[in-house]
Ligand binder design. Structure first.
Ligand code: 5GP
Ligand code: ZN
Length: 114
């Protein structure tokens, strides 16, 4: 756990969240400011600051995040598809420096950006 990391505090239960999924490696909870009918954050339980910090020592957490994403998408009924977004660094728009993946869905998404 990193000091003063919002998502580490949510993982530790020090800050409440609307949890949708949890296992040994991953916590997923609803975004506090949803940008679509379904907007869930999938967060590794190890503090990894961003995509740039993924390496062979911690990449299992990334794999586990994507295993969780598939389960969550089924549970949320996103049968028609959804988008997974990772913002990395300042130019990528990352505001919380703990690696996370946004699941965005429940509506037909714009084809712009990606
Ligand atoms: P980023 O901009 O770093 O990719 O995404 C951070 C996300 O965290 C944003 O979508 C923001 O709404 C969400 N967020 C920020 N603070 C909280 C919080 O305290 N609880 C929850 N559930 N989401 C948060
Ligand atoms: Zn953290």
């Amino acid at each position: 756990m990193a000091n003063d990391c919002l998502f580490c505090k949510i993982i530790a239960g020090e800050i409440p969240s609307n949890k949708v999924y949890e296992d040994e490696y991953v916590l997923a909870f609803r975004d506090i400011a949803p940008q679509a009918p379904v907007h869930i954050l999938v967060v590794p339980k190890e503090h990894i600051c961003c995509a740039n910090a993924v390496d062979e020592s911690n990449s299992v957490y990334v794999a586990k995040c994507f295993e969780a994403i598939a389960k969550i998408a089924k549970a949320e009924g996103l049968d028609n598809g959804y988008r997974v977004i990772n913002n990395c660094g300042a130019d990528g728009g990352q505001t919380v420096m703990h690696l996370h993946f946004h699941i965005i869905g429940g509506v037909k998404l714009s084809e712009k950006v990606v």
